[in-house]
Design a protein around this ligand. Structure first.
Ligand SMILES: N[C@@H](CCC(=O)N[C@@H](CS)C(=O)NCC(=O)O)C(=O)O
Length: 288
C-alpha cells in the first residue's frame, strides 16, 4: 500500500525527519505505524507531542492512513544466480524492511521473469499490484517510496540526480575492470575519472545530506544505491586501490558504513558475493 497523503506530504516529511533524526531506522518504521518496537526509545506519542501540534495531527492522520501492520503482498527480486550485482541495493532495502516485519520478499532467477517491459536484470515485482519495474534506479526509487526510504519532498530531483550519478559510475567502473589492459590502467582511472566522480557525489551529499545520510536526514534509496556502488568497486578493484577515494569522500563512506549497519542489511549482503570472482580484484588481468 502506498501512502500518499497529498496536502499532508510536507508535514509527513517534516515529521519523519524529526523523529528519525533521533531514532534509528527500525524505530522510525515502527513509529510511523504508531507502534514503537524498541523499548529503549521514548514513546512514539510522547515524541510526536514534543514536535508540536501540527506534527501530532499529521501523525494522527497517518495513523488512519497507514495500516497498523505490514505492507501486504510479497516482493520478488529477479536477478542472475550466485551473486547480487545491481539487485543488491533492492535486496538490502527489502531486507531492512523485513527486519522490522514491514514486508515480505524473495529472490527468483532472472530467466523465470516473463515480462515484455523488462530488458535486463534486475527487476522487482509485487504480487498484489502486479507491478514489475526493471532498471535499477527506477526500481530503487519505487521501493524507496513503498518502504519509506524516500527523500524529503523538496529535494527529490537532487536525489534522482545523485542516483543517476551512481548508476553511471557503476557502469563505468564495471566496464573499466572488464576492459582495462592492466592494473596500471585501472589505477589511472581511479585517480582520474573515478576520483572526479566521487568528488562530485561527495559535494552533492555534503549539500543535501545530514548526518550519515546523503539526501536528507534519514536513509533513502540513494544511500542503498551508494552502498552497492561502494561494495561493487571494492570487489572490482580491492580496498587498497580505493584509499584515495575514501580520503576524498568521507560523507559517502560514512553513508556506506551507516547503511551496512541498518538491521537486516548485512545479513542480506553476506548471503552472496556482490559479483562473480573473475571480475574481482583477484581475477585475471586483463579480464578473461
Ligand atoms: N541500466 C540497467 C542495466 C542492466 C544490466 O546491464 N544488467 C545486467 C546485469 S547487472 C544484465 O542483465 N545484462 C544482460 C544484458 O544486458 O543483456 C540497470 O541499471 O538495471
Amino acid at each position: 500500500m502506498s501512502v500518499e497523503t497529498g496536502a499532508h506530504e510536507p508535514a509527513r516529511d517534516a515529521c519523519r525527519d524529526a523523529v528519525s533524526g533521533v531514532w534509528p531506522i527500525h524505530v522510525r518504521l515502527s513509529a510511523h505505524r504508531m507502534r514503537p518496537s524498541n523499548t529503549t526509545a521514548p514513546s512514539c506519542a510522547k515524541h510526536y507531542w514534543s514536535l508540536g501540534s501540527d506534527h501530532f495531527l499529521c501523525c494522527k492522520k497517518l495513523q488512519k492512513t497507514i495500516a497498523a501492520d505490514a505492507m501486504p503482498g510479497v516482493y520478488t527480486v529477479y536477478y542472475h544466480e550466485g551473486f547480487t550485482g545491481r539487485a543488491q541495493p533492492l535486496e538490502m532495502m527489502l531486507a531492512a524492511s523485513k527486519a522490522t516485519n514491514f514486508c515480505e520478499w524473495k529472490r527468483a532467477p532472472w530467466n523465470t521473469l516473463d515480462d515484455p517491459t523488462c530488458f535486463a536484470a534486475p527487476a522487482v515485482a509485487h504480487d498484489q499490484t502486479k507491478k514489475v519495474i526493471s532498471q535499477t534506479t527506477a526500481a530503487a526509487q519505487w521501493l524507496g517510496s513503498e518502504l519509506r526510504f524516500f527523500p524529503p519532498t523538496g529535494i527529490r530531483a537532487e536525489a534522482a540526480k545523485l542516483a543517476m550519478d551512481i548508476a553511471e559510475v557503476w557502469s563505468e567502473a564495471y566496464g573499466k575492470r572488464r576492459g582495462a589492459p592492466s592494473w596500471a590502467a585501472v589505477e589511472d582511472f581511479i585517480s582520474g575519472r573515478l576520483l572526479k566522480w566521487f568528488g562530485v557525489m561527495e559535494a552533492t551529499a555534503q549539500k543535501h545530506g545530514k548526518g550519515s545520510w546523503v539526501i536528507g536526514s534519514v536513509p533513502t534509496y540513494v544511500d542503498f544505491l551508494l552502498c552497492n556502488l561502494i561494495e561493487t568497486i571494492l570487489f572490482l578493484f580491492g580496498e587498497a586501490r580505493l584509499a584515495p577515494l575514501k580520503a576524498a569522500a568521507p560523507k559517502l563512506f560514512a553513508s556506506y558504513a551507516a547503511t551496512l549497519a541498518i538491521p537486516g542489511v548485512s545479513e542480506c549482503k553476506s548471503e552472496f558475493p556482490v559479483l562473480y570472482g573473475k571480475v574481482g580484484a583477484e581475477g585475471a588481468m586483463p579480464f578473461a
